[in-house]
Design a protein around this ligand. Structure first.
Ligand code: FE2
Ligand code: FE2
Length: 440
């Protein structure tokens, strides 16, 4: 039998005995929180920046950061003192909230990559110096890899931010970081200067009304029925007489337009601040998958003779869904658009196989595999996102009601983006037909 006094003293000495481990586990816990908060907030840049390759790159970095967080959590949980919950401390949250309260998305990007990420790199380096290289070798291996990733992230983003004058915004974020002595408190803290104002306390953050597509022409939707107007002619996709090369071009347009999924999925991280980490981890994977699907089209279409400046980007889905709640957005995506796409895509895949185009077959097979996974995510996480937003009742009924509401919202918010290009200039079904004939 153990007396209370004895328990206390033995737990005290246990703490003392394990102090070295607990100290490092504490640092890992901090790094985990920083990475997961980066994932939650940097995703708001995705729909705000207009450069398509930059959108893809942010999605890739978000995915890698989610991976860092996951490995930190796994390793951390092997160590005494990491903690069981997954919440983020308020001091970190304030800094990341601040980092997204900026008008110009490229200045925002530069804030993340010019201040917050270099400080994270410094924090990882500090971890390596602070820990014992033999005793904590499992963590050391991870941290060495993360350092290489962080260095590469900074290199990869340079072309996008090198001309940005970070000026006062950079100072503002640096001051916020200095006040906690760097992410890990690894340097002396400097109190916030007099007059420092947290802008995020003034106003809630709101997602952009529409997504940014930079210099690319835009429209409401690329799906339609008129080959003189629309690039994806629905009847042609299913008509067995359609030339398989036209089907291939159309499915690449379709894939490229999954950029709308990238933009609206990116809004859900911020909207679920209390999500279990596993949910954000799967969303990050989902996001990166959609960005790669879009890149399939973005890279392949020019090879097949398409001038991407003639292909209008469809904005309807973002514009409509951003007006709906996060569970509604996620329900439409996974339970309607993704779950409903398999039969049409199966037919498309069979037609494309006629061309013996190994690369096209490969891209479509991976797309299908990813999409199956996304529907599984939907089943797993929609009930969770509903709970986070206090939506009660059965999931099926919610999905049905959401489909109806989407129709209503589409009436109000859809079809509002006029064509940037006249039909003569625009990529249409008939232009794709002509291209397919040239390319024998
Ligand atoms: Fe996709
Ligand atoms: Fe998907």
């Amino acid at each position: 039998m153990t007396t209370p006094v004895k328990t206390n003293s033995s737990s005290r000495s246990a703490t003392g005995r394990m102090a070295a481990v607990q100290e490092m586990a504490g640092l890992q816990r901090m790094l985990f929180e920083i990475e997961r908060e980066f994932v939650r907030t940097a995703t708001t840049l995705v729909y705000r920046v207009g450069d398509i390759e930059l959108k893809y790159l942010i999605c890739q970095h978000v995915w890698e950061s989610a991976g860092h967080a996951r490995f930190l959590r796994e390793r951390g949980r092997e160590m005494s003192g990491f903690g069981k919950d997954e919440s983020v401390r308020e001091s970190y949250r304030s800094i990341f909230e601040e980092a997204i309260r900026v008008e110009d998305p490229l200045v925002g990007l530069a804030g993340f990559y010019g201040v917050l990420k270099p400080a994270l790199l410094a924090a990882y380096r500090h971890y390596l110096e602070a820990t014992h290289h033999l005793a904590d070798w499992p963590s050391r291996k991870l941290v060495e890899e993360f350092i290489a990733d962080e260095e590469r992230h900074l290199d990869e983003i340079i072309p996008s931010i090198e001309k940005i004058d970070l000026g006062e915004w950079g100072e503002h974020l640096s001051e916020a970081l200095d006040a906690i002595g760097g992410w890990l408190g690894e340097r002396p803290a400097t109190p916030l200067p007099e007059g420092f104002k947290w802008t995020h306390l003034d106003a809630p953050y709101e997602h952009a009304e529409t997504c940014n597509r930079g210099d690319f022409p835009v429209c409401s939707s690329v799906f339609g029925h008129n080959p003189d107007e629309d690039p994806i002619v629905r009847e042609w996709l299913e008509n067995p007489d359609t030339d398989a090369r036209v089907i291939r071009l159309m499915v690449y347009v379709w894939l490229m337009m999954e950029l709308d999924a990238v933009d609206y999925l990116a809004t859900i991280f911020y909207d679920t601040p209390d999500a279990p980490f596993e949910l954000h981890y799967d969303l990050a994977r989902h996001l990166w998958d959609e960005s790669r699907h879009s890149a399939f089209g973005f890279r392949q279409l020019p090879r097949l003779g398409v001038d991407l400046k003639t292909l209008e980007h469809s904005l309807d889905l973002y514009n409509i869904l951003v007006k709906m709640s996060p569970p509604e957005r996620y329900a439409m995506m996974t339970m309607e658009f993704e779950a409903g796409s398999f039969p049409v895509k199966a037919n498309v895949m069979d037609r494309v196989r006629e061309l013996s185009d190994f690369e096209a077959d490969t891209l479509l097979a991976f797309d299908r595999n990813d999409e199956q996974q996304h529907v599984r995510y939907g089943h797993r996480w929609l009930p969770e996102i509903m709970k986070l937003h206090n939506v009660e009742g059965p999931v099926d009924a919610f999905v049905e009601a959401t489909k109806k509401r989407f129709e209503e919202m589409a009436e109000i918010h859809g079809g509002k983006t006029p064509h940037s290009l006249m039909p003569e200039r625009r990529l249409t079904g008939n232009k794709l037909l002509a291209l397919a004939r040239i390319e024998i």
